[in-house]
Design a protein around this ligand. Structure first.
Ligand SMILES: Nc1ncnc2c1ncn2[C@@H]1O[C@H](COP(=O)(O)OP(=O)(O)OP(=O)(O)O)[C@@H](O)[C@H]1O
Length: 467
């Protein structure tokens, strides 16, 4: 093989022409440096001069052991063994390099040494920035988790109720696989919290779980949110383009929340991506491959939506591989006080003193219907923790609407705060509109006759949704 290459080369170079050799070496982007046996530089190419910032003529004849006493070259000359270094720092050049150094022999005698290396300062800097960004992201994630006190594993998940336990058992099983999961249940039952626990119990736990709220993103933006876009893809696009949520979730999990609120057009695009595991950015032509685990959630009845032609059956079958049904809080009343304890511990830290519930409040919390489920329980306790200045929360610290009518007058008999009364009525009307519309937010806002923006503001204000 070597003799064959030799023959081809010598037919092109009948006589070794040093000029031609120098030309080749000087056009290489990597540094080529040759020293003799006492480390005197006998050849350096233009790439070396470029890093050093002086003409080649100025370095020829100088001794490398004086310029860079720790250079690998010196060791190679001493040992006679080639060396490949993954990364080292050359202080004389102020550069990080990777490369190789090998000895030159004349018979048995070492007559010099050749070093070929590459400047990787940009890579080192990028790596540093990447590590720093990752560190900041991990720190922020930790902070958020500590603040919210959410369960991080199935062991930490509160659930005495036997029906819930069955769901959690199945969830723990499926978490270990890469299967698609569909979480169903009313608003506020903790679908997102369960999705997080499934992700954290999976092999992908060290990669991110990226959430897409399909209901909150306007129809014309959802495609760019999911798939991202290339530089200049449309007017107003960010310079340099933008990564979509699918790319951010690569090797992790994508959580498609409120999947029932996605338009039919987007459902078709999503289905294609899930089937082919690849997509194109808006304005792009290259197919991007992703390795993602999908968890979807909805409070809508997807089967009914299929019958009405509002949800694609093929997408439903693709998502409904392992359905997990979270029951409403009113059907697991045995968990109410335990959940309340977790929230009180969290709010106690915020208000700076211990918080407990009076026996009457415990009875009220257990008896209430909780249309807004765990989210509503949390919001009620947050309200109480702010209003209550002592350690014990009594019924007078609770919002009026959760107290049974028969007790109500005694609690709020002196309340003429019109804003509080209007807010309480408004919340009740919104909750019953949602109930009447089978949790379809678009139908509910139409029935209420208010704009989407104002509707979502109110859902947020009254703690009906988080976003
Ligand atoms: N198991 C739990 N432990 C502690 N807190 C919980 C738990 N489940 C839910 N929560 C609290 O309830 C709130 C609502 O939960 P989550 O957002 O997961 O509900 P959801 O079912 O996804 O609601 P939506 O349908 O409106 O998106 C969370 O912010 C969290 O604070």
């Amino acid at each position: 093989m070597i003799s064959c290459i030799h023959a081809v080369t010598t037919s092109f170079f009948p006589r070794w022409d040093p000029e031609l050799l120098f030309k080749i070496l000087n056009n290489i982007h990597d540094v080529v440096l040759v020293v003799d046996s006492d480390t005197t530089i006998v050849f350096a190419n233009e790439a070396y001069a470029k890093i050093l910032g002086v003409p080649v003529a100025k370095v020829l004849g100088r001794r490398l052991d004086k310029i860079e006493p720790k250079a690998k070259t010196i060791e190679v000359l001493r040992t006679g063994e080639s060396s490949y270094c993954r990364q080292s720092y050359l202080s004389s050049l102020s550069v990080n390099v990777v490369g190789s150094t090998f000895p030159l022999y004349n018979g048995k005698n070492i007559i010099g040494c050749v070093s070929i290396f590459k400047n990787i300062n940009d890579v080192v800097e990028l790596n540093r920035e990447l590590n720093q960004t990752k560190g900041v992201a991990d720190y922020l994630k930790e902070q958020l988790e500590q603040e919210e006190q959410l369960p991080n594993s199935f062991e930490e998940y509160i659930g005495r109720n036997s029906r819930l336990k069955e769901t959690l058992k199945l969830a723990a099983k499926v978490a270990k696989t890469d299967s698609t999961v569909l979480i169903l249940g009313e608003s506020g039952v903790g679908k997102e919290v369960l999705a997080r626990v499934v992700h954290k119990s999976s092999t992908r736990k060290n990669r991110p779980m990226i959430k897409v709220n399909c209901a909150a993103i306007p129809e014309d933006l959802i495609e760019s949110e999911l798939f991202g876009y290339e530089d200049g893809a449309f007017t107003g696009a960010k310079k340099g383009g933008k990564l979509g949520k699918f790319e951010l979730a690569h090797r992790g999990t994508i959580f498609l929340d409120e999947i029932g609120d996605m338009s039919l057009t987007m459902q078709a695009k999503l289905l294609r991506t899930l089937q082919e595991k690849e997509f194109e950015r808006i304005g792009g032509t290259k197919a991007i491959k992703v390795d993602i685990r999908v968890i979807a959630a909805t409070n809508r009845n997807l089967e009914q939506m299929i019958e009405q032609g509002a949800f694609r059956s093929d997408l439903y079958y693709r998502l409904n591989i392992v359905p997990l049904m979270l029951i409403p809080l009113r059907e697991r009343r045995d968990d109410i006080l335990e959940l309340a304890k977790v929230f009180l511990k969290q709010f106690a830290k915020e208000v700076g003193h211990e918080l407990t519930l009076s026996p009457q409040v415990e009875r009220i919390l257990r008896a209430y219907e909780w249309p807004g489920n765990i989210r509503e329980l949390k919001n009620v306790l947050e309200h109480a923790s702010i209003v209550c200045s002592s350690k014990v929360i009594t019924s007078k610290h609770l919002p009026a609407h959760i107290i049974p009518k028969k007790h109500r007058s005694s609690v709020k008999e002196n309340s003429y705060d019109i804003k509080e009364i209007v807010a309480s009525v408004e919340k009740e009307v919104i909750l019953s509109a949602l109930n009447a519309c089978n949790n379809n937010r678009t139908d509910a806002l139409k029935a209420l006759g208010i704009s989407r923006k104002s509707f979502y503001n109110k859902l947020h204000q009254y703690g009906i949704i988080d976003v």
